[in-house]
Design a protein around this ligand. Structure first.
Ligand code: GLA
Length: 385
């Protein structure tokens, strides 16, 4: 749904909007399940996202309407989240995380073009966009770090013990740059993404995941367990980030098979992020592609967060030279692959892929060309009257 339709919906329900905010989704080139291990990630904010149209309503309540379905919700600051489901819970968790701030009630219509449950952070776009909206609306002057922190807290309150990659890149993304984020120091450096003729495509399996109901939290708990064992029996470490690939052969005797696989993946993936940045700087896109494939292998075989549809999509690309690399992206268990190609995918290719995927799974997939765009903080049009 485009911005115009959401504006029209706002006018229909509430009149003229005082404020407009756009919160993008995010893609991630490489560095999966490394953020909550204090490691490295290489995401960027994307073109698709969620629009919020809003006005202060002079009351103590937040009237929120989802433009595409017409569903509505009335929330109050300090409300208990336990009875709230669906998108409401993200708004509600933000209100709870901001309970210490004086907030004026408002009317809000939101909607956008970000597929839900596709691993491109539709939930974080809602939490980050709402935090930013409240910050502006109430003149709170919160720092970017504070807003990231609140959005992360809100999302954890919804049930997923996620890291900070999504929220950080949604706020801080910059056009044509990837965000190399160090999830220990919570600081970043921008990496120029000058791809020549190469392109990134997201291919959505259209297998929806809801990380709350997947093994996401369980993977995180396994990483924590590996750290606590290695801390005791190997050497003092605070997170898997503190180990490197030379350590891996020494860990086999200290961990169960499962924990060994999880830890090995995270250690290798952190190294791959560094290698990927190097490859991008050298414009060695063939090597970048190989790193994406290696990342997928690890996610599928060692971290075990892929699914048959994601594996199939990655396998499909192996037989076609235009694909330099491909891997599942985000939490896993469904959602998108991110693909690096040496040129544009033509209609013939797209139809071939779509038809074969449909024949195999009976699902229509979605192909989304993507590139780095400005995050919330840089977006010039994020609010206006
Ligand atoms: C989800 C989480 C992120 C990150 C990824 C996996 O998107 O929200 O914090 O852990 O999964 O890399």
């Amino acid at each position: 749904m485009d911005n115009y339709k959401i504006r029209v919906a706002f006018i229909k329900y509430f009149g003229q909007a005082e404020m407009i905010v756009f919160a993008p989704g995010r893609a991630n080139i490489i560095g999966e399940h490394t953020d909550y291990n204090e490691g490295f990630v290489l995401p960027f904010a994307i073109d698709q996202g969620v629009w919020f149209f809003a006005s202060v309503n002079g009351k103590d309540e937040f009237n929120i309407i989802a433009a595409d379905t017409g569903e509505n919700s009335t929330l109050f600051p300090h409300q208990n989240a336990s009875l709230i489901y669906g998108w409401e819970k993200y708004f509600n968790q933000v209100l709870m995380a901001m309970a210490a701030s004086p907030l004026k009630g408002s009317d809000i219509v939101f909607g956008g073009n970000l597929p839900i449950g596709a691993g491109i952070s539709s939930s974080s776009a809602i939490t980050c966009g709402f935090v930013h909206l409240l910050n502006k609306m109430n003149h709170l002057e919160m720092s970017p770090h504070k807003m990231v922190k609140i959005a992360v807290e809100a999302e954890r309150g919804s049930g997923v013990r996620g890291g900070i990659m999504d929220q950080y890149s949604i706020f801080n993304g910059l056009k044509n740059k990837a965000v190399l984020l160090d999830c220990r120091s919570n600081s970043h450096e921008f990496v120029d993404l000058d791809l020549d003729d190469c392109h990134f495509y997201l291919i959505n399996t259209c297998v929806k995941h809801n990380l709350i109901n997947t093994d996401y939290n369980n993977r995180r708990a396994q990483c924590d367990e590996a750290v606590s064992l290695l801390n005791k029996y190997y050497r003092p470490i605070r997170a898997l980030r503190d180990l490197n690939t030379d350590d891996i052969p020494k860990l086999g005797n200290l961990l169960s098979d499962t924990l060994f696989k999880r830890a090995s993946f995270v250690i290798q993936e952190n190294q791959r992020v560094k290698d990927a940045v190097h490859a991008i700087k050298l414009k060695n896109f063939a090597q970048l592609g190989e790193l994406l494939y290696a990342s997928h292998d690890g996610l599928s075989q060692l971290f075990e967060v892929s699914c048959p549809e994601l594996d199939w999509l990655v396998d499909y690309t192996l037989d076609d030279d235009i694909f330099l690399g491909s891997r599942m992206m985000g939490g896993g268990f469904g959602g998108c692959t991110i693909n690096l190609t040496s040129g544009e995918l033509n209609d013939e290719k797209i139809n071939d892929l779509s038809d074969k995927y449909y024949d195999r799974f009976g699902i229509n997939l979605e192909i989304i060309p993507t590139s780095p765009e400005d995050g919330i903080l840089q977006k010039k049009t994020s609010y206006s009257h």
